[in-house]
Write a protein of this length. Structure first.
Length: 293
């Protein structure tokens, strides 16, 4: 739960002990298993530790914030400072709302809902992300989006915590501004029988397992268009299975790029650009869903 926070807090007389690793391979922190080296990686567990990292190392705005590493591609060889929010994780009930930290895994959130007879987020079952990442991109699947269930959230930016209940989501776009970091979210759900919730989770999990690739990938590469589905078009254009280096367009779902043979970042980028060029030749403009860092 968020604790009291004061802007411009000074750390000179505070003993701040944050989990920190040096020279970390980002391959081990992304679902793509692609990336260079982070010279420093911090794992804050609360907003005081997060503020300390930004106070010490964020002067040049060279900090990259990471959740579970899905829907992201690191392209550089070296990054100075990475803040991994995976340990910023907690979950509990407060009155009739779920409260959870940004680093809470979606699978953990789904299990908590099941155990407390709360329904609505079953579509998140199987998504390899965190609450923070899901809200930042307004994650959705099978006709549902996470924004439908968020009642409020808190963020960190420039040494301040901002709490919001007025939410401005759009398709695959959350309400956070540039440089704003999600800390905590509250969800308002309906009650249901546990057996019904388990059945819904199983159905969504089966749909995902049967239609999406298993392996080193980062989720859908392109956003759905206003009048078209990129994956459907990619399939129609015969691009399934094409390869650049170790990266290939999934034969199971044309909207996914899979790292099959120790792909480099450039392999993935080149493959994405090939698809974009083919789409342009057919009169379509594909918008990327994957975040390129």
């Amino acid at each position: 739960m968020l604790i009291f926070f004061v802007k411009n807090i000074y750390f000179f007389n505070m003993r701040i002990k944050i989990k920190k690793l040096k020279n970390v391979s980002l391959k081990n922190y992304t679902t793509f298993h692609i990336g260079g080296i982070a010279k420093k990686m911090f794992f804050p567990q609360n907003e005081i530790e997060l503020a300390y990292v930004f106070d010490r190392f964020g002067k040049n705005k060279n900090i990259v914030v990471l959740g579970n590493g899905s829907n992201i591609l690191f392209t550089e060889k070296t990054y100075q400072t990475i803040v991994c929010m995976k340990d910023f994780s907690y979950i509990f009930l407060q009155n009739d709302e779920i409260v959870c930290g940004a680093g809470t895994n979606l699978s953990e959130l789904c299990k908590f809902c099941e155990n407390n007879n709360l329904t609505g987020l079953e579509f998140c079952c199987g998504i390899p992300g965190t609450v923070g990442g899901a809200i930042c991109m307004n994650a959705g699947a099978f006709g549902s989006e996470i924004c439908e269930f968020v009642s409020s959230f808190s963020t960190f930016k420039n040494g301040e915590i901002n709490c919001r209940s007025c939410l401005d989501f759009s398709y695959r776009k959350g309400p956070l501004s540039e440089g704003e970091i999600l800390l905590e979210a509250k969800f308002k759900l309906k009650t249901a029988k546990k057996e019904e919730i388990i059945q819904k989770k199983y159905q969504f999990f089966e749909k995902r397992s049967n239609s999406q690739p298993v392996g080193y990938c980062a989720g859908s590469v392109f956003k759905r268009g206003e009048n078209f589905l990129p994956a459907k078009l990619i399939d129609e254009w015969g691009l399934k299975g094409i390869r650049v280096g170790g990266a290939t367009i999934s034969n199971k779902h044309a909207g996914f790029v899979v790292n099959e043979r120790d792909a480099s970042p450039q392999d993935v980028l080149d493959l994405i650009e090939i698809v974009e060029q083919v789409a342009k030749n057919h009169g379509f403009c594909f918008e990327r869903e994957i975040k390129i860092v």
